[in-house]
Unconditional design. Structure first.
Length: 602
């Protein structure tokens, strides 16, 4: 082969731009690097962080997808109470699966946020009672958890069985959101939109995480089937055998959705107990529901005394126990004699134990208060008690109080921090061994599960929703009680100061309920059960397994190709000699490309 012969070249200076021109072909100008110091300081625009520019670029490039993701987030809101249009939860999952498909992880993360922010803004609109700034702030925080999920959906969409990994990533997102920050905030889980649907019985097998998984898997399978049918339609093959896999995917989605019907829900009772649920009511809704001291307590005392009159007159049967809601006593009965006397009078008059919700000063830590359920015996007075384990951040205690109070004056409305309890709420109330769960604690899997596993035969959710009355929040919380009933095979009584108080059967159906902002008393024969569901026995294992499966699949999308390239390079190394020179896989491929180009030029 003859050696390469280079033609002579001349250098032409043309203004500030310097080019080299080949005498044999002057049609190919090649710009050279501008002269200047190598250590030139970056300009102010170069020093700015790149992520805002990337975000704006993604928004400009994907604005139709952004709009569709936001609409999917808005469509997810009516899946939850008080609307209960649960099929929209499937549509929202399917929409995000389709929108993130074929996009980079960065854009997938943005679309996750684009869905999450309007969703949480609508779902948590009841926080407007405190302020729209609180609503927007919490919606942003919760939506940020959908950013890594959206990125994971975009990455795993290139894998086989991607609907499976998509469903696992939904579980992983909820796993994280239920735990951080400050103990997490589980509102908005897909399971809580499906508390009276074909998916609900799955809670008895794997708890709320399995319900979320089944909902997400069904939505992702519908997306996969719809995508395949669309491609076949465009190719003109919709009527042939090629449509069978897509139809099979749709059939699998239906099968997953109907799988709950195959799960038996245990409802048989060992025995029953007669219960009266007292909803005393408050004077007004909103942040100032308490009114004057003793007002709410007197409302519950008066309703209990009226119940005693009805018993004495033979208009109703005497219950075995009476349940009062959270904050039924707005004063500490241990330190305020008037509160003690009022509660004791009600218990002695009705003649049965009362589970009283009260705010109690901490016995040793000055300045702290405890949110308690107290068993009040008609003869011996206050006895066993349960202290709320999970106080609500910024509602019942203020993290970083000294720093944040300077910036947010509204935090002064939480003058004392609540002290967290250290044990579950299993209490003997008369003849019944009940599990006490206070307000938002019903949203946390481990708190309710531990209460059942430690011997609770029925569950009582003491709550005070007066702040959020007529906003949809009480309905959302009641739906959680319905899911817990199925998950643990226990009857659940929700007793609220101003509503909604309700009796939920072990199969999740609502037997009785009150209206909001009315004084009312419900009476029922509450079934007591001792058996545990499979979900009680396995605990959080299904959630961890599903979440880990999704995260590992996402990790494999980056690790798998690298391992494949290294394996291919290792096999080709002895033949090409590239490994002897120490070149990596990428370097070897680039070198080979350049050699091929040189041969073509020659």
């Amino acid at each position: 082969m003859a050696p390469l012969r280079r033609e002579a070249t001349t250098v032409v200076l043309s203004g500030p731009e310097t080019t080299t021109r080949d005498e044999s072909d002057d049609r190919r100008p090649r710009p050279t690097a501008p002269e200047g110091p190598a250590d030139r300081a970056p300009t102010p625009s170069e020093r700015r962080p790149r992520w805002p520019r990337r975000l704006l670029a993604a928004l400009r490039h994907d604005w139709p997808a952004t709009v569709l993701a936001a609409l999917a987030g808005l469509a997810l809101v009516p899946a939850f109470p008080p609307y209960d249009v649960w099929p929209t939860s499937l549509l929202a999952v399917a929409a995000l699966s389709l929108l993130t498909r074929g996009r980079s992880a960065r854009r997938g993360g943005w679309l996750g946020f684009a869905l999450g922010f309007p969703f949480f803004l609508g779902l948590l609109s009841w926080l407007r009672v405190i302020g729209w700034d609180a609503t927007v702030g919490l919606a942003v925080i919760e939506a940020l958890f959908l950013v890594p999920m959206g990125a994971g959906l975009a990455a795993t969409a290139r894998m086989r069985a991607w609907p499976l990994w998509a469903a696992c990533l939904w579980v992983a997102q909820e796993w994280a959101r239920d735990r951080v920050p400050f103990g997490g905030f589980p509102w908005g889980r897909l399971a809580f939109a499906n508390t009276s649907t074909p998916f609900t019985p799955l809670a008895a097998v794997g708890g709320a995480p399995l319900v979320t998984f089944a909902v997400a898997l069904t939505g992702a399978l519908l997306a996969w089937a719809g995508l395949r049918l669309w491609h076949l339609h465009r190719a003109g093959l919709l009527a042939g055998r090629a449509a069978l896999p897509a139809l099979g995917g749709a059939g699998l989605a239906v099968a997953v959705g109907a799988s709950g019907y195959a799960v038996p829900v245990p409802t048989g009772a060992s025995d029953t107990v007669s219960v009266a649920i007292v909803q005393g009511n408050v004077q007004q809704a909103g942040m100032d529901f308490l009114g004057r001291p003793m007002m709410i307590l007197n409302n519950h005392v008066d309703a209990t005394l009226q119940l005693a009159d009805d018993v004495a007159a033979g208009r109703t049967e005497r219950p075995d126990l009476v349940l009062w809601p959270e904050n039924a006593s707005d004063l500490d009965p241990y330190s305020r004699p008037e509160a003690y006397a009022a509660i004791d009078r009600a218990a002695r008059t009705i003649g049965v134990p009362i589970l009283v919700g009260a705010l109690v000063d901490h016995p040793t830590e000055e300045g702290y208060v405890e949110n308690q359920g107290i068993v009040w015996d008609p003869e011996t007075g206050p006895g066993d008690s349960y202290t709320k384990q999970h106080p609500v951040p910024f509602g019942e205690y203020v993290p970083f109080r000294d720093q944040l109070s300077v910036l947010i004056s509204r935090l002064e409305r939480v003058p004392r921090d609540f002290w967290a309890g250290e044990h579950s709420g299993v209490l003997d109330v008369g003849p019944a061994r009940l599990g006490d769960v206070i307000c938002f604690e019903v949203a946390y899997d481990d708190i309710v599960r531990d209460t059942v596993n430690e011997g609770a035969r029925a569950l009582v959710v003491q709550t005070n929703n007066a702040t959020y009355g007529n906003t949809g929040q009480p309905e959302q919380q009641l739906a959680m009680s319905q899911l817990r009933a199925v998950e643990h095979g226990r009857a659940v009584v929700t007793v609220a100061t101003s509503g909604i108080s309700a009796v939920v059967r072990p199969d999740g159906s609502i037997e009785q309920r009150t209206e909001e902002f009315t004084q009312d008393v419900l009476s029922t024969e509450l079934p007591l059960r001792d058996g545990r569901t499979f979900a009680d026995r396995v605990g959080a294992a299904p959630e961890w397994a599903l979440a880990l499966g999704g995260l590992l699949a996402w990790a494999w999308t980056g690790l798998g190709p690298r391992l494949a390239r290294r394996r291919a390079t290792a096999q080709a190394g002895p033949e090409s000699g590239g490994e002897a020179d120490g070149a990596g896989a990428d370097g070897g491929e680039a070198s080979g490309a350049e050699d091929g180009a040189g041969e073509r030029k020659e």
